[in-house]
Design a protein around this ligand. Sequence first.
Ligand code: ACO
Length: 335
Amino acid sequence: MYNSKITGLGYYVPENIVTNNDLSSIMDTSDEWIQDRTGIKERRWIDPKTDDTTSTMAVKASKIAIDRSGLEKKDIDFIIFATLSPDMYFPGGGVQVQDMLNMSTIGALDVRNQCSGFIYAMSVADQFIKTGMYKNILVIGAENHSGALDKSTRGRGVSVIFGDGAGAAILSRSEVKGKGILSSHLHSEGKHARELMMDGPSTVRWVPEILAENDSEDQSYYPYMNGQLVFKNAITRFSEVIMEGLDLNNLQKEDIDMLIPHQANLRIAQFIQKRFKLSDDKVYNNIMKYGNTTAASVIIALTEAWEQGKIKENDLVVLAAFGSGFTWGSVIIRW
Ligand code: ACO
């Protein structure tokens, strides 16, 4: 069995900055409410006049990650793309990236696990590398939330939280024991599927049906979130899945050098930090400037932390996420 390690990281966010005050000019909200509840100061929303989409942002992040890995495009064996907001209903974003990067006919797999998407994608990539099937895998998390949010006062409980962006990692084969990805841990609880979801249009309620109802109050094609239930489940599941990873590797919470939590809400991350008694330099948050970018959040945060020199050789790095499904997971890495 081989090990997999991260050999390249990259991220891209749209240039267009939307501050809380900008939002308060289009809906009934305030900088104070948003910062108090979520820690978010601003987020990036795609300017429709640019060429940014979920897949083009993914390509921009991927180019940086491939470049930093020292590999060439022809060395990449497989693509795994996590997103809940693909450009098209089908096909998924993986094949678009394969095309835009002008890669050979390598496989492209799409992962639909929302906020946990990047964790799931890393785990899948790790298994392919461990078994020897592939040597270098491009793993992407990217989201265009702003294209499908209710930006009126009616949607304010959801729309102020989410931002756009993309991140990418190259996972490569390594034969060094005890380094790279040590383990990954994945969970789901589908009974909560409707607590954080977007209902339509879907195959059980397609466009003509929505149009025929002609209901201006219909919110089914915007994201819905039971915020308090999500919050309560998140703090429990984050803690469990981090402990699961530490226990499996005979590690203690004191061994964590860097925790990268999914950037759902700063209050959730602070709760976990306190529960694990981690100092500020051992938890990386950037939700203040990007909002919640769902499948992109962990990989953007990991890339920034690494760029800022906050992750060093041999550090124990823990990635963890929780989100719609509900799904949650962690990845334990010896850098
Ligand atoms: N601005 C001003 N007021 C608002 C806003 C807003 N943007 N949104 C809601 N309100 C109002 C509500 O209408 C409500 O008013 P009322 O009391 O008059 O009815 C009041 O604020 C309180 O609303 P709640 O929804 O109860 O607010 P809560 O304290 O639960 O905070 C929040 C909401 C921030 C969404 C919180 O529940 C939360 O963060 N939950 C976790 C969500 C999360 O992490 N989601 C992401 C994970 S999943 C994923 O990443 C896909």
